[in-house]
Design a protein. Structure first.
Length: 344
């Protein structure tokens, strides 16, 4: 047997020897040892490949091709056996953990609308059904639009009820969405039938007041508008929002931008007007303020005196939400506690 034939047979014998070793391997460590034994820097096949250069020149190409084919076969078989062992170990772990991988995964919880958003949409829907349009306005506004044009000049004691945050001497965070009423009336002529939901700010903070809260301002301006129409619209609103069985009353009050003015109360539906902690033993719950727009407000926006009449009303969205949902602390709506929010 010449040297070329002997090396050829030795290469094939190494292949058979390596494949038998792989067939009996059962751990990743054994696979790695076989790789080092045959294909490592000092491995058996590697040493034979180095010896090819000592062969006669006419025998080197054939022996080199055989050696490379065997090397590629061993590399491929090493990968196949490694994957076989990994899969066997994976199945063993799954069986030990008693994990049913056919079960569906845990789905992320779906979000939903905030309770204040739900109440706002419900309020807006009721008034839209009565022909009101939604108008928005700036949350940062000039003192004129927030106070002066609403018949509250500087140093007027009525401003104490709406202590606010000043950005400068003439620029404030609005205390009510009534500034939208002024902007709208200065930009347009009657007839007007508008509601203005939005965020407002006041220097208050306790269980029933927040420095930031939400309000809906509504107003209607036309010729010969009367208090009877105000009463009719607010009665329809209360019955649509709560229940046709809920009684309501108009109680005389004072607002500088309306005259006459009235607070609107509804019968306490928790105690059925017998008196409880929520209604302070009165049997009534205050929900909004209202009144006929003051002539001075019309004068400030440039309407001809006596040409138009109208009414306005304002309600706190958090106040309505607390009544409808039975919440006893306004701060619950802003703390983002999932245990509270997921109830709605």
């Amino acid at each position: 047997m010449n040297s070329g034939t002997g090396m050829h047979n030795r290469i094939l014998a190494l292949q058979e020897e390596a494949l038998r070793a792989l067939a009996g391997a059962s751990t990743p460590q054994e696979i790695e040892q076989i790789r080092i034994l045959y294909l490592g820097r000092r491995g058996n096949l590697t040493e034979l490949l180095r010896a090819v250069k000592a062969l006669p020149a006419d025998e080197r190409p054939a022996i080199g091709r055989t050696a490379n084919e065997v090397k590629e076969t061993l590399i491929r078989e090493l990968e196949v056996h490694q994957e076989r062992i990994r899969e066997a170990e994976r199945q063993k772990r799954l069986a030990a953990e008693s994990l049913d991988i056919s079960l569906p995964g845990r789905r992320p919880r779906r979000g939903h609308y905030h309770p204040l958003t739900l109440i706002t949409r419900e309020i807006v829907s009721v008034f839209r059904g009565m022909g009101f349009e939604v108008v928005e306005g700036p949350e940062i506004d000039r003192d004129f639009y927030n106070f002066e044009a609403l018949n509250m000049p500087r140093d007027h004691p009525a401003r104490d009820m709406q202590d606010t945050f000043y950005l400068s001497e003439d620029v404030v965070l609005r205390t009510h969405t009534s500034n939208v009423q002024i902007h709208t009336m200065m930009a347009r002529r009657p007839p007007l039938r508008v509601i203005a939901p939005g965020t407002v700010y006041r220097c208050d903070s306790d269980t029933t007041h927040s420095p930031m809260f939400h309000q809906v301002e509504g107003f209607l301006v036309d010729r010969d508008v009367s208090f009877a129409e105000l009463k009719g619209i607010l009665t329809a609103f209360v019955h649509a929002l709560f229940s046709p069985d809920v009684p309501l009353r108009f109680r005389p009050s004072y607002f500088p931008f309306t005259e006459p003015s009235a607070e609107v109360d509804i019968g306490c539906f928790l105690c059925r007007r017998k008196g409880c902690r929520v209604c302070s033993q009165t049997g009534w719950l205050e929900i909004l303020g209202s009144g006929m727009i003051h002539p001075e407000v019309f004068r400030m926006v440039g309407y001809e005196p006596g040409a138009y009449t109208g009414f306005a009303f304002g309600l706190g969205i958090e106040r309505i939400a607390m009544l409808k949902y039975g919440a006893d602390d306004i701060r619950l709506f802003f703390e983002n506690d999932v245990r509270f929010l997921q109830q709605f």
